[in-house]
Design a binder for this molecule. Structure first.
Ligand SMILES: [Zn+2]
Length: 190
């Protein structure tokens, strides 16, 4: 894996986008964050969404550790089973290393809140993604994490409307093509 494009949907919470850098299953699994350079490139591409000002490449090991945990937790959620307790504790370790608090902001005529923290740097970036994962699994979107049903696709997404079955419309298009092909080539089908 060298310069393949990253599987960034651009529509999902950052924890989901991070989990999606581990693509496929078993022998066909691809790690899009296999080295420090790729980690740096991925964070640069999503930088508008996490506000990181530190290069994340040097923290590649910690990034992959969190990514693997988030991936496993989302997989457990999708499959309706409880994850390994050690994974839960590891994600809690990331959130604890960069605790955040809710700040009230009334500067635009209406009350709004935003998360702020006292920790900066890589720990803050990873902590915010871990917090995103916890909020995703427990907040209003809990139960809406899905795995794409496109042929050979394993990307996670958050289902905002009940008919969404694919990570991206192109996967739906491929799925329909595959179904059409199977109908045309299955003996006895009509
Ligand atoms: Zn897909």
């Amino acid at each position: 894996m060298t310069d393949a494009e990253f599987p960034i949907l651009g529509t999902e919470p950052l924890a989901v986008e991070l989990a999606n850098t581990l693509y496929g299953t078993g022998e066909a699994r691809i790690d899009f964050l296999a080295d420090a350079r790729r980690v740096g490139e991925w964070f640069a591409l999503v930088s508008g969404r996490h506000g990181a000002t530190v290069p994340m490449g040097p923290h590649a090991g910690r990034v992959r550790l969190l990514r693997d945990c988030v991936h496993a937790l989302l997989s457990a959620a999708v499959e309706g089973r409880a994850p390994d307790a050690a994974l839960v504790e590891r994600v809690n370790g990331f959130t604890a290393a960069a605790p955040t608090y809710l700040r009230l902001d009334w500067s635009r005529g209406a009350p709004a809140s935003r998360r702020a923290g006292t920790v900066t740097g890589a720990a803050a970036v990873l902590g915010s993604i871990a917090t995103c994962c916890v909020e995703l699994l427990t907040g209003p979107q809990a139960g809406r994490v899905r795995r794409c049903q496109g042929p050979g696709c394993s990307l996670f997404f958050v289902q905002h409307h009940s008919r969404r079955r694919w990570c991206h419309p192109s996967c739906g298009h491929r799925d329909r093509q595959a179904r059409y092909y199977r109908r045309q080539h299955t003996p006895g089908a009509f």
